[in-house]
Design a binder for this molecule. Structure first.
Ligand code: IDP
Ligand code: MG
Length: 155
């Protein structure tokens, strides 16, 4: 049973548009478990690390400013194959290209102000969870409803 944890950031555009609760509810309704949750103000250092693959792009200063405009909400979400499930739920980067039914497709008209960050694979999920959470801020809790979320073998 491939239970994974993945990192989601609710971006400042989401905080400003008062969509924090609505977006968290989408993940909860899907059956993803909230294993960690915190609000935090990002700075230059953490964004240079988090978006290291984009530091040389012309839009990087604007991206950084947009990610520091307000605090973000960081979520550690858990579930079977959670990393891929959450990426599918987020949809493609550009909200104008993302299909309706995805979070970006339903809530974003932008390639930058696109509501959520979601880890894109097992290595990045592990690194990003370490970047945004201390170990004691991520919780493993018993959920009796797991039996109605999954089959006995996790299917
Ligand atoms: P992802 O968030 O779908 O994984 P990445 O390519 O990793 O997409 O880019 C990280 C973030 O950088 C995007 O979510 C978006 O906010 C921003 N971004 C990506 N491409 C552009 C662009 O061309 N212009 C402005 N911002 C961009
Ligand atoms: Mg990415």
């Amino acid at each position: 049973m491939n239970v994974e944890k993945t990192l989601v950031l609710l971006k400042p555009c989401t905080v400003q548009r008062a969509l924090i609760g609505e977006i968290i509810q989408i993940f909860e309704k899907k059956g993803l478990r909230v294993a960690g949750l915190k609000m935090m103000q990002l700075d230059d250092a953490i964004l240079a690390e988090h978006y290291a693959h984009l530091v040389d792009r012309p839009f990087f200063p604007g991206l950084k400013a947009s990610m520091m405009a307000t605090p973000v909400v960081a979520l550690a979400l858990e579930g079977v194959e959670a990393i891929e499930v959450v990426r599918q739920m987020a949809g493609p980067t550009n909200g104008r290209k993302a299909l309706p039914g995805t979070i970006r497709g339903d809530y974003s008209m932008s390639g930058q102000q696109n509501i959520v960050h979601a880890s894109d694979g097992p290595e990045s999920a592990a690194a990003e969870l370490r970047r945004f959470f201390r170990p004691e801020e991520i919780f493993d809790w018993e959920n009796p409803l797991d039996r109605s979320l999954y089959s006995d073998d996790g299917c």
